[in-house]
Design a protein around this ligand. Structure first.
Ligand code: PEP
Ligand code: MG
Length: 885
């Protein structure tokens, strides 16, 4: 038979699915012999059964009653016993922490009689009536559905009448009066009486917690955090202990180390004469935990012992909630605590040093995302004071600028060189120009997958979204938060790594981690911890890590960052700037001679580029891709040209023949879908001499590097292959040029010739293609675009936020590899490619090569290397190591 309730003495931390995180950890602490007020947990399974059917499972009431009896026997008093009541707290606790999203009801068991008993046994009448009014308030709003603001209003009126500034200004008689007023309020609002039966209170409270799983707040939170909707919550029923019984009592929260920096030592806040709820709600100001050492040295020392015990047991940073009741310490909650990226590295390194965890475990506890965050400059928060507001850290980095409230203003001010921060309730595709112009984007609504977040991440722009405390008023062009108003033009600082906004220009500090990667010098502290993790990752990873780089500078940086070669050198980037005209001339050439002339002019320029890159990557492979994008990208805009010609005609001046020719060429080459048009290998097959010129530049660069005593390792890669026939034709041409340069120079030039696999047909026919290809590199950008039929340039801004909100996918497939679809093509191509050519070298050079989740996938499907932008190289190294654990 199903069992729905477990005493704390029966569970353990490995039962979090059933008991929720909180219940499992309460059970674990109970087992460890720590002072946990006794109680029991109603399982998530009971919640699921209740939510599915709308009624509680048959055996639940009996099980709860049995466990309650056991509690009562152990305590020697009954729930709500009139002369000496046992009181209970009822709290939610799901598998994954959902802070503040569900319900808590304290002081279950109080009624008109037992309040008098509590007053007597506690010797504190005021406390008893205050507890009763708290129960009425929580029970009334949570269980009986009375608007909680109505309770606040009654209380506020009373305080005003008494001239009291806070709750402490109300005396026993006031609180007893408040109890009557609350009971009456409940009756008026619901037509029902507050249940005087303690057992009935308990039953209803448990069901209310179940129901809170489907509350609007909770559902929204789950969607944001990608927590499944069908898990349900457990309910923890626990004997009340009281931190509000006088100065000898109090409540606090604590961490076994500093969760911001990882520094050793106990950190936390303490609030004398208060319940845990008061600490979290921030009603009164807490004192640093150290103060407890002065107030109650014994409890403080005990707390320290317990925390060390917990950290050793959990082998990780723990956070806890505790209460001291008349000098006696009680542990109310613990869990492995959240921490910043910096603390994650520092703590992992220290725990390894302390011998508490293995080096592998240390590596598992840090992440590429965390590392990426540490590579950005940050604000010196010690110099800025409190944040103005907090939101969701949606896109990392730190930026300073004048607040502006619409896209047009952002563009206008940015054009004058002013730095701006675009502040919106939420962004839409109309805000794009403003987002491009801004240093950072700040929104008051929306989560990590909102339009602002998705687009900002795509652009590498700092973004904080869902900063709900701020009220944005685009009409008045200002936002308000607390008592502060920020008018348009006021400078603010946005920390996209931590999700914070500051008033004024916060001072920036460079990233020590970035400096470490640039210089290779490890020092103490965080950098040392990062260094250790990188070494560990490099020691275990099987995937190679290369960089996408097309200048000698990028190549050199990539190498400093640990790249083991270049996986993609995009040669089109070498045709920009001044060279555009040469390309234009090549495209416009009317005769072979004219075309050859412009190709000849390009040749030495390209050769020089390749020499620089091969030198920077001496001894390491450099995969050079032949020209890929549509040629018309090198020509002027069609509309602009037409307007220019029309304007000339309108002024009666003779039309420029150059412009006329250009327009003619642009018209001839215009494509409706250039991404699916004349690009990649197709270009090389259609434009005579283009492939030969590029290959000659590569080969001559190799010769030159060899003559200089270098060890150039160029590889030639053909883009956008659909069929093996295309590759065969190009390969013949490439080999011919390589042979010519070898013969002519007397220096042997051997470059492996491979292909990108970036179209579904290529993946599906990879076995054939491998007969002609010496290596494969997955172009997962195009492969994603063509598998999904999503234009990679348009869809993210156009409709991805809607898709993400609707849960069609959890993350953009351009960011993280779509394992089911695109991944399947990758697997087919790997299997069939290697079957045809054993040992075929296979990498990936799409954006996914630097995405942590995708790196794990590429490891799993047996690629040889990933290639990503130089700044992502350390992230890929770290994740490749973690993938190998
Ligand atoms: C790709 O398509 O994944 C790729 C690396 O090539 P590009 O992004 O240049 O099209
Ligand atoms: Mg591509």
């Amino acid at each position: 038979m199903d069992r729905y309730v477990y005493a704390f003495t029966e569970g353990g931390r490995d039962m979090a699915d059933l008991l929720g995180g909180k219940g499992a950890n309460l059970a674990e602490m109970t087992r460890m012999g720590l002072p946990v007020p006794p109680g029991f947990t109603v399982t998530t399974e009971a919640c699921r059964a209740f939510l599915a059917t709308g009624t509680e499972p048959d055996s639940l009431a009996r099980e709860i009653s049995d466990h309650l009896t056991a509690l009562e026997e152990a305590a020697g008093r009954r729930l709500g016993q009139p002369d000496d009541p046992l009181l209970l707290s009822v709290r939610s606790g799901a598998r994954f922490s959902m802070p503040g999203m569900m319900e808590t009801i304290l002081d279950i068991g109080l009624n008109d009689e037992s309040v008098l008993g509590l007053a007597k046994t506690s010797g504190n009448e005021r406390f008893a009536w205050d507890s009763y009014r708290r129960l009425l308030q929580m029970f009334g709003s949570t269980v009986m559905g009375v608007d909680s603001a109505l309770f606040e209003t009654v209380m506020a009126r009373l305080k005003e009448a008494r001239g009291a500034v806070d709750d402490l200004g109300l005396d026993t008689a006031d609180l007893a009066g408040l109890v009557e007023a609350y009971k009456e309020l409940i009756r008026q609002e619901t037509g029902e009486y507050f249940p005087q039966s303690p057992a009935e209170q308990l039953r209803q409270a448990v069901l209310a917690v179940f129901e809170s799983w489907n509350g609007e707040r909770a559902r929204l939170y789950r969607r944001r955090e990608h927590i499944p909707d069908d898990l349900g919550t457990a309910v923890n029923v626990q004997t009340m202990v009281f931190g509000n019984l006088g100065p000898e009592s109090g409540s606090g929260v604590a961490f076994t180390r500093d969760p911001a920096t990882g520094a050793r030592g106990v950190y936390g806040d303490y609030l004398p004469n208060a319940q845990g709820e008061d600490v979290v709600a921030g009603i009164r100001n807490t004192v640093p935990l150290d103060e407890l050492g002065r107030l109650n040295p014994e409890a403080f020392a005990q707390l320290g012992d317990h925390m060390r015990t917990l950290e050793t047991h959990y082998r990780d940073l723990c956070d806890i909630e505790f209460t001291i009741e008349r000098g006696r310490l009680w542990m109310l909650q613990t869990r492995v605590g959240k921490r910043t990226a910096e603390a994650a590295f520092a703590i992992a390194a220290e725990l390894v040093d302390e011998g508490l965890i293995t080096t592998e475990e240390g590596l598992a506890r840090v992440s590429g995302d965390g590392l990426a965050r540490l590579m950005f400059p940050r604000f010196d928060t010690s110099a800025v004071g409190d944040a103005l507001a907090h939101g969701i850290p949606a896109s990392p980095g730190a930026a300073v600028g004048a607040a502006v409230f619409d896209s047009a203003e952002a563009v206008r001010r940015a054009a004058t060189g002013e730095k701006v921060v675009l502040v919106r309730q939420e962004t839409t595709p109309d805000d794009l120009p403003g987002m491009v112009a801004a240093q950072a984007v700040l929104t008051s609504r929306g989560g990590k997958t909102s339009h602002a977040a998705v687009v900002a991440r795509g652009m590498g722009k700092v973004c904080v979204c869902g900063a709900e405390e701020i009220a944005v008023d685009p009409q008045e062009r200002r936002f308000t938060v607390g008592g502060t108003t920020v008018e348009e033009g006021t400078v603010v600082s946005v920390d996209g790594s931590e999700g914070a906004v500051y008033a004024g220009a916060a001072p920036l500090v460079d990233s020590a981690v970035m400096r470490y990667f640039e210089t290779g010098e490890a020092s103490a502290g965080l950098v040392d911890a990062v260094d250790g993790a990188m070494r560990q990752a490099d020691g275990v990873r099987r995937l190679g890590v290369r960089a996408n780089a097309d200048t000698p500078e990028d190549a050199a940086r990539a190498r400093r960052f640990g790249a083991e070669g270049i996986g993609l050198c995009r040669t089109e980037h070498m045709f920009l700037g001044d060279r555009r005209q040469l390309v234009e001339a090549m495209i416009l050439a009317r005769t072979d001679t004219e075309r050859e002339r412009s190709l000849k002019a390009l040749l030495p320029l390209q050769r020089q580029d390749f020499i620089g890159i091969l030198e920077a990557m001496d001894g390491l492979p450099v995969t050079i891709r032949l020209l890929d994008p549509p040629l018309h990208e090198f020509l002027p805009d069609r509309t602009e040209l037409a307007v220019r010609l029309a304007a000339a005609e309108a002024h009666g001046s003779p039309p420029s023949t150059h412009d006329a020719e250009l327009l003619d060429a642009v018209n001839r080459m215009h494509e409706e879908n250039p991404m699916l048009g004349l690009r990649g290998v197709r270009l090389g097959l259609v434009a005579p001499g283009l492939v030969a010129m590029q290959v000659r530049a590569i080969a001559e660069a190799v010769v030159e590097r060899k003559r200089a005593g270098g060890d150039p390792r160029a590889e030639i890669m053909v883009p956008l292959i659909d069929t093996v026939e295309e590759l065969r034709l190009v390969r013949e041409e490439v080999e011919q040029v390589l042979a010519e340069v070898s013969t002519h120079s007397g220096v042997p030039v051997e470059c492996p010739i491979g292909t990108m696999i970036e179209l579904p047909r290529a993946a599906l026919t990879a076995g054939r293609i491998a007969e002609e290809a010496q290596f494969f590199s997955f172009g997962t950008n195009d492969l994603t675009q063509t598998t999904w039929g999503f234009s990679r340039d348009d869809v993210e801004a156009a409709f991805f936020s809607t898709y993400l909100d609707k849960g069609i996918f959890k993350v953009s497939p351009f960011e993280t590899i779509d394992r089911d679809g695109v991944g399947r093509l990758v697997q087919i191509a790997v299997a069939e490619g290697r079957a045809a050519r054993p040992g075929l070298k296979i990498g990936v050079c799409g954006e996914h090569g630097g995405d942590p989740d995708s790196v794990h996938y590429f490891h799993a499907v047996g690629l040889d290397y990933v290639s990503c932008s130089p700044f992502r190289v350390p992230v890929a190294r770290l994740e490749a190591g973690r993938a190998a654990l």
